[in-house]
Design a protein around this ligand. Structure first.
Ligand code: UFG
Length: 333
């Protein structure tokens, strides 16, 4: 499968999604390389893949890498990803997520590397106008994070037309879970995502989980989200690469499991899986949270042949629990 066409360069491979992509690429026999400055990622998350330590803004280093090593494609994950922070410090998001990506693309084009798998987000859609979101849903992001990712989607479209850069942009819904073998998992600082926070409450690392609003127009009043297993997410990137290599049109796909789970359902599932009671307190709504966000992933299924292996919430939580219970301090353990 990987045949001698060069390595897949995973930019930001020390982070949560990038490291799981490296894990899946290796397990499918691909040659891999990682480029990361370790500013937020973890060296241990990279595994046996060779790390080239560098900043995204260091075009001389990228040029050297692209000219010396055969690279069949770039998977790009190096970005900031906190919605709240992006509102407080938009410059950080436009600089790191947009400007630095322009440098990476410029270096790729200079060195004739023309396949790009881009980590995009459901945040590019903004407030949903329907509950189940397919690729034709309007993209009208409501925060700088979503806008920074959408800008890159636009840039990719233009670069495809003008320079022949082939790309697949993958718009993730809620990435969660961990590799089945327990070797890598989620370790963010600060942690803001629901599943790891509920697990921290189960472990006694926090007194309770705050439920951000139970007065939404949903069956139990709490927000519904679409949780997708991180390895299923990773496998979609690989299918995206194979699709481009077979001559597929550059485009974007939505990636979720297509089922929504409420915040209360997530907490109940974590209680069941961990067999520990979890104290919960309902507090006010968090700004910017739509009531329901669920992906229509049929296009990825039909076009890429993508199928989920770990689609149910129980499995997602079980793999996350396996990682967190074995590594209570994350990679510091
Ligand atoms: N939530 C709580 N309590 C918490 C944390 C979260 O009730 O302590 C709720 C949130 O209000 C939301 C749900 O749990 O309803 C999920 O929240 P997350 O923060 O885990 O995830 P989001 O849906 O806010 O964000 C995800 C990605 C973002 C992306 C966004 C797209 O993590 O990167 O989807 O809408 F931008």
């Amino acid at each position: 499968m990987s045949e001698s066409q060069g390595a897949v360069l995973v930019v930001g491979g020390a982070g949560y999604i990038g490291s799981h992509c490296l894990h899946e690429l290796r397990s499918q026999g691909f040659e891999t390389l990682c480029y990361d400055n370790l500013s937020e990622g973890h060296r241990q998350a990279i595994g046996p893949t060779e790390l080239i330590e560098g900043d995204l803004g260091d075009e001389a280093k990228l040029d050297k890498l692209f000219s010396e090593r055969p690279i069949r494609a770039v998977f790009h994950f190096a970005a900031n990803c906190y919605v709240g922070e992006s509102c407080e410090d938009p410059q950080k998001y436009y600089f790191n997520n947009v400007r630095q990506t322009l440098g990476l693309l410029r270096s790729m084009l200079r060195n004739d590397v023309k396949r790009f798998i881009f980590s995009s987000t459901a945040a590019t859609f903004g407030n949903p106008v329907k509950d189940v979101i397919d690729e034709t849903h309007p993209q009208d992001p409501i925060n700088p994070y979503g806008r920074s990712k959408l800008m890159v989607e636009w840039i990719l479209r233009d670069y495809h037309t003008a320079y022949g850069l082939d790309y697949v942009a993958l718009r993730y819904f809620n990435a969660a879970g961990a590799a089945e073998d327990g070797s890598i998992g989620e370790d963010h600082d600060p942690e803001t995502h629901l599943i790891p926070l509920v697990i921290q409450a189960a472990m006694g690392k926090r007194p309770d989980i705050k439920i951000f609003g139970d007065d939404y127009p949903t069956p139990d009043g709490t927000c519904i989200r679409d949780y997708i297993h991180i390895i299923d997410l990773a496998s979609a990137h690989i299918l995206g690469l194979e699709y481009l290599e077979k001559g597929g049109e550059s485009t974007a796909f939505n990636l979720g499991n297509g089922k929504g789970y409420s915040v209360k359902e997530v907490i109940d599932t974590v209680e069941r899986v961990t067999e520990r009671p979890i104290a919960r307190e309902v507090v006010g709504r968090r700004a910017g949270d739509p009531p329901v966000l669920v992906a229509d992933y049929r296009r990825a299924a039909e076009t890429l042949g993508w199928a989920q292996r770990f689609g149910d919430l129980e499995t997602i939580v079980r793999t996350a629990w396996q990682w967190h219970s074995a590594h209570p301090e994350g990679y510091a353990d």
